[in-house]
Design a protein. Sequence first.
Lengths: 402, 324
Amino acid sequence: MQVYLDNNATTMCDPQVVEAMQPFFSELYGNPSSLHKFGTSAHPALRNAINQVYSALNASDEDDIVFTSCATESNNWVLKSVWIDHILNGDKNHIVTTEVEHPSVLSTCRFLEEQGVKVTYLPVNEEGIVEAHTVKSFITEKTALVSIMWASNETGMIFPIKEIGEICKDKGVLFHSDGVQAVGKIPVDLQDVHIDFVSMSAHKFHGPKGIGALYIRNSQALSPHMHGGEQMGHRRSGTLNVPYIVGMGKALELATTNIEEKMASIRAKRDRLEDALLELSDTFVVGKREHRNPNTILISIRGVEGEGMLWDLNNGQIGASTGSACASEDLEANTVMLAIGADTELAHTGIRLSLSRFTTDAEIDYTIAHFKSAVARLRAISSSFAVVQPTKGGEAQACEIH
Amino acid sequence: MAKADMLGASLWDAYSNKVTTLMNNPQHQGEITEEEAASHGNKLIVADFGAESCGDAVRLYWEIDPKDDRIVNSKFKSFGCGTAIASSDVMTELCIGKTVQEAVKITNIDVEFALRDTPDVPAVPPQKMHCSVMAYDVIKKAAGLYLGVEAESFESEIIVCECARVSLGTLKEVIRLNDLHTVEQITDYTKAGGFCKSCIKPGGHEAREWYLVDILADTRREMDEEKMKAAADAGSKGDFESMTLVQQIKAVDAIVDENVRQFLVMDGGDMEVIDIKKGDEYIDIYIRYLGACNGCSSSSTGTLYAIEATLKEKLSSKIRVLPI
């Protein structure tokens, strides 16, 4: 058996989505900007995909949802265009974000800092979320934008987006949320919350890779990121990626139909897995379940280094993820793990398991058994569980966490 | 960056089969108790290095025959990734049968080499070389405990890059000899900084006492000071003929800067010193004209004589200036 539990990284493309995309490669291949019937023959499917996305997110007809190549593009677009529109060509100079954003937000913010923008990186609490009152206290009259993720890729924790939206509305500050881990996974109602911009990506909800979108409230101004042929109502240039837009529409429709039911089913499996793993001694999971995406577990296992654990899981055909520095190309500790677990060994022992609606009970059973035996093997090797103590003077010096 | 860098995350593909095998099934993991060692009439030494909060920790056990200081048995425990476990396992293997004095000579390079499948292919990707360094550190610590000396006393030089074992002295020498200006050049010449990168600048995987950026800056400053001093000495009739080549070039540069260059630049030209060759009769200084000087008729006559005369007067009567 092989088990894929890395669905916060990407998901399997639903075969129904692939089927919906199929005609738009070699049959209906026209450019939808063309006036001839080769071009216009794709319009019904595109119109359908747009409707699917608007209705899945309960967006208003006054709003824009612009298809992009991925959420990284959407995040870059918002941050850089707000900089151009409101900082370079306006009287603002400040952006508020968090320490735990995706690299496509954090790296863009660091780039903007190099350009002279002031950026506040809000700290998170022990559950890994930013509290609304913290956001409120850092907004100044010079703040152009607040950018805070809807749900965390690492912990699955859901942020108080509705309260933050109200605060931004009161203060008259633009609010962007990276919704990659929320859209298609938990209910997202864009008329229930006050958000100006939301980024999303299809491959996180069983759509194809290479297609995402940016929601723009009330069709408000935002300089384009990609200049060219002025497709998508002049907002984003580039020939429409017809099969992928159709795929994203289909995927989002499938993900959000009966979403409560789907969540309950994933949650039941996740909770069963989590309960079983917490039977192991010296373990903890980040964040309360009721505030968490129903598919995610970030568990710390004392005495077991993350890359070693990932290795053993991989040997058992289980795909998971770790924030461990040892598993990164550059040995740098995961900043999100450090932000959440500054006083724990989370940065070295965290393992993330993320389920999908395709995860089965049999896979959960298999994972529980294999996970426990991997922990047993690695703890048997681990110095953290050794019995014989060092010779006097042979103790290790205390270590600064890095 | 190039084609090979376009696809990342191939970390595990770069592990040798030995690393993989030992990670999956380490041969020497376990503990040795005081009672066990005593029952053989041997002494037990247990040393720790690192901690779980650092991301790596190893505990080394040595059972030593006090008659000849020989390590008759050795075990380890490790909190670490696959390469840390495999490195610890091989380190333990290398210790068994050696005397404590011999074991101290085992370095991280030996550990990495023992993990290779074939002698010319590294056992681990560069950033994982760091894992084998702990093996060396914990051996020194165990030996220090047994012999009753400080672990640092086994190290005669200051090692700046632990992964590639490059000393402070070597780094300074290489920077000087090759006139290096960047950390990337240092890495190309010595491999220092090419592995876990902790020694390049503060803020890496672990805190270090010496950093390449500081060593480079200090050495460059020393070099500049020497250049100024050489120029000053040359001005006050320092012995040009007994100078090193580097000092000679600096001295010539200094004289040219002071007496010649301004006139060349005024006419839209310049010159540079290419090489100096010392013969029995003459010291030949090869120069290259730049800008408007290049091809100017006076450059092989009047200007050339003026340069040569100045250098002869200031530095040595044996000087000949040859434009190339």
